[in-house]
Design a protein around this ligand. Structure first.
Ligand code: FES
Ligand SMILES: [Fe+2]
Length: 444
C-alpha cells in the first residue's frame, strides 16, 4: 500500500479516504475545525432575531442576526448539561430557552437567566462565564455567510483567493443573487468528499451518467448524451486555487440544465444583461457572468451558477452525508421568470431531482466500494489533463487546458493533503507556498 493518502506529484488519492471512520475523525479536526464553512445567506436572516440552525462538520450551530446588524454563530448546545438548545430549523427569536432545565440565553449568546440561581447556586454561578460557545470567525462575501472555528485561519477573502475573480460577475456584479430557502434536506449514504469532488470539476461524467436526463430534457447540454460528442475545443476551462476551491467554466452556457421555453427566456435575459455588463465591467467579465460555472468552495460547499443550485454537503459519518440544497437566483430576475426557474431547479437538482439522483448513485457506490479490505488500499486516479496545467496571463489560479479535465480535483486534494498533514494554519500555509509549482510539475 502506498503510504501517502494523497500523492500530489502523480494526481492520486487512496480510496480509503472515502470510507474510513479514522480518517473522518481526523477530518473533523483538521479540515472542518480549520476551514471556512458555509452557514447561510444574508437574504435568509434579514432582520434582528432571525436565525437558522445549520451544521459545521458534525456540530449543530445557531446563526443569528444581532441587533446591530452583525451576525454571530453558536454551538446549539446548552452550557448546563449539553441539551440541544434550539430544535427548529429557522425562525425569529430574541433568545433561546433550554427545554431541559430552563436556562435562557439572548440572541447574542449571553446567559441571561437561570431558574432559582440565587437559591440553588448560592449566588456563585457566574453567568458571564456561561455564554453559548461562539464560533471564532464569521464573515461574508456577496451575502454568503461563512464561519470558521479556527482563530488563526486566513481571512475569508484570502481563503477564497483566485476563485473570487470567477464568482464575482454572477454573484455580485450582476446585481447580486439570493438563496431561496428553507433548504431541501436529505441523507445520502456517501462520504462528503464524493459530491464535493464531483462539483469541483467533473464535466467528464455529464454525457455518460446523465445520459437519460440529457435525452429526456432539451437543455443546451443534450448533444453530449451518451458521450456522442466531446464539448468542442475552447468550450471551457478548469481552475483551481491555493486553498482547494475550484471550478469549471462552460463558456456562454447561461441556460444551464434548463430546457424548453424557459431556456429561451433565460438566454434572452442573460444576453440582455451581458450587453449592459459589457459597458460596466468589460467584455471578459461579462462573458464569465453568462457562462456556466460548476464549483466547490473547499471543503463542502458546491454550486452551479446559471443552473441555479447551491449545496452544502454536511458530514454525518464517513459514509453518511446530509445534503442541504438551496435555489440560487439573480435578485433582479422578473418574478414570473424567477418562479419558473426555481421550479426547474427543484426538478433537476432538488432532493428528488432527476439530475441529482443520477449523481447520488455514483457517490454512494464510490463510498460503498471503499470499504473493501483490498480496494481501500488502492490509489484513485485524477490524472486527466495533468500535463496541461498552467499559469494564464489573464485568468487567475492554475488553469487546466479544456472543459473536461481533472485539474480542479488535483488542486482540491493537494490542499486537503496539506491540511491532513499539518498541525496548524502556519504549517498549512508554509506547505502551500509553492502550490502552483506542485500542480504544474505533477505528471503521470
Ligand atoms: S441542560 Fe439546558 S438547562 Fe440544563
Ligand atoms: Fe452530475
Amino acid at each position: 500500500m502506498e503510504d501517502k493518502l494523497i500523492n500530489i506529484a502523480q494526481g492520486k488519492q487512496r480510496h480509503e479516504m472515502h470510507a474510513s471512520e479514522a480518517i473522518f475523525e481526523q477530518e473533523m479536526d483538521k479540515v472542518f475545525g480549520r476551514c471556512w464553512l458555509f452557514l447561510t445567506h444574508e437574504s435568509l436572516i434579514p432582520n434582528f432575531g432571525d436565525y437558522v440552525v445549520t451544521r459545521m462538520g458534525t456540530d449543530e450551530v445557531i446563526v443569528s442576526r444581532q441587533r446591530d446588524g452583525s451576525i454571530k454563530a453558536f454551538l446549539n448546545t446548552c452550557r448546563h448539561r449539553g441539551a440541544q438548545l434550539c430544535p427548529n430549523e429557522a425562525g425569529n427569536a430574541r433568545g433561546f430557552v433550554c427545554a431541559y432545565h430552563g436556562w435562557a440565553y439572548g440572541s447574542n449568546g449571553d446567559l441571561q437567566s437561570v431558574p432559582f440561581d440565587e437559591q440553588l447556586y448560592d449566588g456563585l454561578l457566574d453567568k458571564c462565564k456561561n455564554s453559548l460557545h461562539e464560533v471564532a470567525k464569521i464573515d461574508s462575501f456577496y451575502g454568503f455567510i461563512y464561519g470558521c472555528f479556527d482563530q488563526d485561519a486566513p481571512s475569508l477573502s484570502d481563503y477564497l483567493g483566485d476563485v473570487k475573480w470567477y464568482l464575482e460577475p454572477y454573484m455580485d456584479l450582476s446585481g447580486g443573487v439570493e438563496l431561496i430557502g428553507p433548504p431541501g434536506r436529505c441523507l445520502i449514504a456517501a462520504n462528503w468528499k464524493t459530491p464535493s469532488e464531483n462539483f469541483v470539476g467533473d464535466a467528464y461524467h455529464v454525457g455518460w451518467t446523465h445520459s437519460s436526463a440529457l435525452r429526456s430534457g432539451g437543455s443546451i447540454f443534450s448533444p453530449l448524451a451518451g458521450n456522442s460528442v466531446l464539448p468542442p475545443e475552447g468550450a471551457g476551462l478548469q481552475i483551481t486555487s491555493k486553498h482547494g476551491s475550484g471550478l469549471g467554466v462552460l463558456w456562454d452556457a447561461y441556460a444551464g440544465v434548463h430546457d424548453g421555453e424557459l431556456a429561451n427566456e433565460l438566454m434572452a435575459f442573460g444576453l440582455a444583461k451581458e450587453q449592459r455588463l459589457i459597458k460596466e465591467i468589460g467584455a471578459e467579465r461579462a462573458r464569465i457572468y453568462r457562462s456556466h460555472l460548476n464549483g466547490t468552495i473547499f471543503p463542502n460547499n458546491s454550486f452551479l451558477t446559471c443552473s441555479g443550485i447551491f449545496k452544502a454537503w454536511q458530514p454525518r459519518s464517513a459514509n453518511s452525508t446530509e445534503v442541504f440544497s438551496w435555489v440560487m437566483v439573480e435578485k433582479d430576475m422578473p418574478s414570473d421568470l424567477k418562479e419558473a426557474f426555481t421550479k426547474s431547479v427543484h426538478r433537476t437538482f432538488g432532493v428528488a431531482g432527476y439530475w441529482e439522483s443520477d449523481d447520488n448513485d455514483n457517490m454512494e457506490s464510490e463510498t460503498y466500494m471503499a470499504k473493501g479490505h483490498q480496494a481501500k488500499k488502492k490509489m484513485l486516479n485524477s490524472q486527466m489533463g495533468i500535463s496541461g496545467d498552467r499559469i494564464d496571463p489573464v485568468l487567475p489560479g492554475v488553469v487546466g487546458k479544456s472543459a473536461i479535465g481533472e485539474t480542479s480535483y488535483r488542486g482540491y486534494y493537494r490542499f486537503y493533503g496539506d491540511l491532513m498533514n499539518s498541525d496548524s494554519w502556519a504549517e498549512v500555509s508554509a506547505k502551500g507556498d509553492n502550490w502552483q509549482d506542485q500542480l504544474i510539475k505533477a505528471t503521470v
